[in-house]
Design a protein around this ligand. Sequence first.
Ligand code: SF4
Length: 462
Amino acid sequence: MTDVLLGVPTTRRVEDRAPSREGRTYFLRTFGCQMNEHDSERVAGLFEGDGMVRADSQEEADVLFVNTCTIRENADNKLYGTLGHLKSLKDEREGRLLVVGGCAAQKDRDLVRQKAPWVDVVLGTHNVDRVLDLLDHAEAWGPITEILDEPGETMAADLPSRRDVSHSAWVTIQTGCNNTCTFCIVPSVRGGEISRRPGDIIREVERLTADGVTEVTLLGQNVNTYGRDLAIDGRRRPIFADLLRRVGEVDGIRRIRFTSPHPADMKEDVAAAMAETEAVCEQLHFPLQSGSRAVLARMHRGYTPERYLERLAMLRATIPGLTVSTDIIVGFPGETDEDFEATLDVVREAQYDSAFMFVFSPRPGTAAAEMTDHFVPDDVVQERFQRLLALQSTIGHDRNRAMIGDVYEVLSEGPSKKDPGMTTTRTRGGKLVHVDGVLPEGTFASAEIIDAAKFHLTGRLV
Ligand code: SF4
């Protein structure tokens, strides 16, 4: 029997459970963005709290969790390919349980169940905290789908989590988004903005530092609007700038990053908090999406290229040495040659250190996916994409070269994958630096930059 429960609120508390899967193994496959990565850490935390241990591969796992994405290109196709493979895995081992969660499950709801009836649990983005209860249900009664329209009682951010790196952690400050960018599925799969209370965030950061964490990345879809939904006893609502300062006061925190700010909502107060809070890194991800006024309007981004560049100039003037990255979509419906040239102009002026560049890909359920009459032909989009890539590669390489000879604080991420005699580190600006010698993960050091490639630097410890 398959139970399909849609829009049902949860009432059971996570901490009421006793471990019930002692010694069983689990494996997580995560697609998509940092939000999903962080949700997977929470699922791992819940599984380990239930007595399970992590398997080295999905073939060895008793419980396999697939955390899906609908945003990145081809994510849907990959999901449905993966579901087919899951069936053979399920058939290989009796009692193996399959769980599908994340954005695609939230968006497609019972379609996942229809396409893959062999999946034991399908759950959405609002009820990660229910995963153990749903596994209990599946073992006792058979497959179950539970998708909620609103977050359950336990905000996912408050769940225990299991991290892969010891010195660095993500901290969710806000879930969902109130914007209506026409290419984006997030508001419909993650819901409206919900901010965590500042005290809960600070307590989580304090717990992390007690556990050896020195670097946190604050996560939200639009961190600049953090706190707008919170009313605290009639007092002033918390704002993101204050949160940055408060996190910066936590003992042991040496690096604070955040993603993503929204150019329409980025104001001087946040720039000042970044500049005045020692732990806040000189790094900003500032998503442009397009340099054309007309395309930005069709995207519902809420700013013009001129306003975007003004704010970027303000940020650079306030925060010396700021490293800036961006997101750009090429070939948004209706993008003309002139629109694209305008994007290249902004890229030249903005001088990004790096950029995530995407070819427009219609996400079902978004307004942009309906603009089929204005889709740009593939060959035109590809040609534009290559031009943008070439331009940004040159700019990024030049900016990396300009760092040669200077000394930066770097933080070790462990041995380099290519050469175990070297260490992979990051600057405060988020640049990847491979340094000579072995530094344990989490160690701070100083490195002089001696060489610069397009996407990484080479350094010598000093
Ligand atoms: S700000 Fe726009 S792109 Fe970002 S999550 Fe919200 S709707 Fe999506």
